[in-house]
Design a protein around this ligand. Structure first.
Ligand SMILES: C[S@@+](CC[C@H](N)C(=O)[O-])C[C@H]1O[C@@H](n2cnc3c(N)ncnc32)[C@H](O)[C@@H]1O
Length: 215
């Protein structure tokens, strides 16, 4: 379970005063919880609305998402996409393909979401797009590798969003020394020390860092 970083009554009030989850995403959320392993991996209602809002503000042409799972966040990114834009989303779990495709068919009649099945570190170098928005939401120990692979070629103003950066609060628990926690601590530190970017860590849900490539 995620630690509660925000008072639950405040969280509820915030949810009640935010956009509501679109019907298709509600259905996907429910089906994921009923039928798919580890449903807590899905972005979820409130965080999904945050991702959709960020997408609408950025209005990206090209989005790269690392970690599709059942496709919930890819559909959120699509909400702010330019008319001729594309969301490229990567996942290495082939078993999710049927549910991903079924929901992309319903929520993406235009075919703007491009699904890539395989290992992200192998697929990314073959996707030659001028990314406006990158979402890191797969294996935590590779966040820094994805970041290093992409940051130099991103244009000024491009945004990287990294999920789970608080890792249920374990990043501030000195006793937590498992690989993912250590990797996330190092990732957070590397971003904070990188003067090519500006960054803000938002303590929503499991922690989201928004990173902007500067001039
Ligand atoms: C937290 S889930 C993504 C959740 C999704 N972004 C959402 O919010 O609905 C992480 C996903 O990353 C995938 N994944 C893990 N390691 C990967 C890798 N090395 N390459 C590609 N996908 C990976 C897993 O199969 C899993 O579906």
């Amino acid at each position: 379970m995620y630690a509660e970083f925000i008072d639950s009554k405040i969280e509820k009030y915030a949810e009640e005063h935010s956009d509501q989850e679109p019907e298709l995403l509600k259905k996907l959320n429910r089906e994921t919880h009923l039928k798919v392993l580890k449903p807590r991996m899905l972005a979820g209602e409130y965080q999904g609305r945050l991702l959709a809002m960020l997408s609408k503000l950025i209005n990206p042409k090209y989005v790269l998402e690392i970690g599709t799972y059942t496709g919930y966040s890819a559909l959120c990114w699509k909400e702010g996409l330019q008319k001729d834009g594309e969301v490229h989303t990567i996942d290495n779990n082939e078993e999710l393909k049927a549910i991903q495709e079924r929901y992309f068919e319903q929520g993406d009649a235009e075919g703007q979401i491009k699904l890539h099945i395989g290992t992200a570190l192998e697929i990314i170098p073959d996707l030659h797009k001028d990314w406006d928005l990158v979402f890191l939401d797969a294996d935590k120990h590779n966040y820094i590798n994805y970041y290093n692979m992409l940051i130099e070629d991103l244009k000024p103003g491009a945004v990287i969003i990294a999920d789970n950066v608080l890792w249920s609060g374990k990043v501030i628990d000195d006793k937590a020394q498992d690989n993912d926690t250590v990797a996330l601590r190092e990732f957070n530190k590397a971003i904070q020390n990188d003067n090519r970017v500006s960054n803000i860590l938002i303590p929503v849900r499991d922690g989201i860092t928004v990173i902007r490539k500067e001039e």
